[in-house]
Write a protein that binds this ligand. Structure first.
Ligand code: CTP
Ligand code: MG
Length: 254
């Protein structure tokens, strides 16, 4: 037998190209009236631009797909043109849908071939540090089909019987052991084929993409998240985000 009959080497996972899909099509109802949440300013720059820069900060990420508010794709395109972004990264903008799940699916549909690893990152988490992004990518490269950044909880969590009328007392039915719980953030990282299959087959309400992969019966792993990867959800979160930016500016000054 000649050497030619040897099986070809396995695809090198380290060479896999990574794309990030950023769902940014939500209104931000909990933040209160105003522009769509992703377009609100943080330190004078739209939240979405911070989120795009946070993904593009990883040297592994060579494409960012922004899923814009359904009627705001043109505005988002010109925002991306107007802000300095790394040369090594390509950008695409597609209009989003009625739910986060739909928006992510629309982003995935727009992904060109050649990207084997996909990150899904909320525009509403503008301040995630690059080390967290890289840790997620690394775990996917090492073979996990789905990876979530996660943090232990500060608060004890109770399961309740939800009241029919908001504000009414709710009976507590259980207290899960806090040490076993994690609060999950983004970017979540995936083997692309797995995430596409999850979005094609899983129906019903889910609040994150990894949850869909769990429903396929596959193992999702958690890597350490970061407190600066918090989601801007309510008005107080904007105050915290501005404070984090101010602290960064101060530290950069030294
Ligand atoms: N998202 C999206 N398409 C939707 C709904 C949400 O792309 N139809 C995105 C949001 O833009 C956000 C991320 O999903 O970046 C996480 O959602 P969330 O924080 O809930 O944002 P909103 O849905 O905009 O906020 P709210 O639920 O308060 O309206
Ligand atoms: Mg929402």
């Amino acid at each position: 037998m000649s050497d030619d009959s040897r099986p070809s080497p396995p695809a090198t996972p380290a060479a896999a190209r990574t794309a990030a899909v950023i769902p940014a099509a939500g209104r931000g109802v909990r933040l209160g009236p105003g522009a769509p949440k992703a377009l609100r300013a943080l330190g004078g720059t739209p939240m979405l631009i911070h989120a795009v820069r946070a993904m593009a900060a990883s040297r592994a990420v060579s494409l960012v797909v922004v899923v814009a508010p359904p009627d705001g794709a043109a505005e988002v395109k010109s925002l991306l043109d107007a802000h300095a972004l790394p040369e090594r990264t390509d950008f695409l903008v597609v209009p989003g849908g009625q739910t986060r799940q739909e928006s992510v699916k629309l982003g995935l549909d727009a992904l060109p071939p050649g990207y084997d690893i996909v990150l899904v990152h909320d525009a509403a988490r503008p301040l995630v540090p690059v080390d967290t992004v890289d840790a997620v990518i690394e775990a996917v490269r090492e073979g996990a089909p789905a990876v979530v950044p996660a943090l232990p909880l500060a608060d004890t969590v109770k399961q309740v019987e939800p009241a029919a009328t908001p504000g009414e007392p709710e009976p507590v039915v259980a207290t899960p052991e806090r040490a076993l719980l994690r609060a999950v953030q983004t970017p979540q990282g995936f083997d692309r084929a797995t995430l596409v299959r999850a979005h094609e087959t899983v129906t019903g309400e889910v609040t994150d993409d990894a949850g869909m992969v769990e429903q396929l019966g596959l193992t999702v792993v958690a890597v350490p998240g970061h407190e600066e990867a918090f989601k801007v959800t309510r008005p107080l979160d904007l105050v915290l985000a501005e404070a984090v930016l101010a602290r960064r500016r101060l530290n950069d000054g030294f």
